[in-house]
Design a protein around this ligand. Structure first.
Ligand code: 6PG
Length: 238
């Protein structure tokens, strides 16, 4: 595990963008990347669009780790957020974008997207293998859309499952632990003081940390990176 701690959200976004840009430049084939949703990636996408629009984005296949079960034009759609902050500002072929169709029946879409991963990604141990999975973490310790209230989904034998947000009741399609822990690289992007308590707990790696979905992220052979700002982690790690 590699900890990267920066002064604020903007510096996290800039440093992670450099991390991603380097991988795109070095890639000799397609780079299969799974995006996270929520608010943190917006700053990353804005910076990528501003500083790295020149990259050959056709080398990247984009997927999502989770999507809200809403239409793609809905303000809550992770896809729409990505279009607004990145795809609308770079030259990315439509065929490189593998959208979770939030407008479809959730159970059917979870199956369909799981099948897409089987078809498009290389398989390692019969599991679709991403080059990079970007994850956020909620202040409740959820990641992707696996919440404590449905933590059993983490161990599903399926590539994707339907989760229900514990407060809003909103349905979401999410990738599962088998996909996340198969990735070559996983990068957590977590900022803000509201995340500190869970980040400190999860970095301890003890039994308590395993009661949170984010604490179950442990790539079987890949590398785990944390991109944090100082407010999101105890000073002892600085
Ligand atoms: C989503 C995300 C979710 C997110 C965390 C952190 O669809 O909401 O995938 O897992 O990463 O909730 O969200 P923030 O970055 O907004 O704190």
């Amino acid at each position: 595990m590699k900890l990267n701690i920066y002064k604020d959200k903007q510096e996290v976004a800039e440093q992670f963008s450099e991390f991603l840009a380097e991988r795109i430049k070095q890639s000799t084939g397609k780079l299969n990347v799974s995006l996270s949703g929520g608010s943190t990636p917006k700053v990353v996408f804005d910076y990528l669009a501003e500083k790295f629009s020149y990259l050959d984005w056709s080398k990247v296949n984009f997927f999502w780790g989770d999507e809200r079960c809403v239409p793609p034009e809905d303000e809550q759609s992770n896809y729409k957020m990505t279009v607004d902050h990145l795809f609308s500002k770079i030259d990315i072929p439509q065929e490189n974008i593998y959208r979770i169709k939030g407008e479809n029946n959730p159970d059917e879409e979870a199956d369909a997207y799981g099948e897409t991963l089987n078809k498009v990604l290389p398989l390692a141990n019969d599991i679709p293998e991403f080059d990079l999975i970007i994850l956020g973490m909620g202040d409740d310790g959820h990641t992707a859309s696996v919440f404590q209230s449905n933590i059993h989904l983490w161990d599903s034998s399926n590539n994707c499952e339907v989760a229900v947000h514990p407060e809003s009741g909103q349905k979401r399609v999410t990738i599962t632990g088998k996909i996340i822990n198969q990735a070559k690289e996983v990068a957590f992007l977590v900022t803000g003081a509201d995340k500190k308590e869970k980040v400190d707990t999860i970095l301890k790696g003890d039994e308590v940390s395993k009661s949170y979905p984010a604490g179950l992220v442990s790539p079987s052979s890949g590398e785990l990176y944390w991109f944090l700002d100082e407010s999101a982690v105890d000073k002892s790690y600085h």
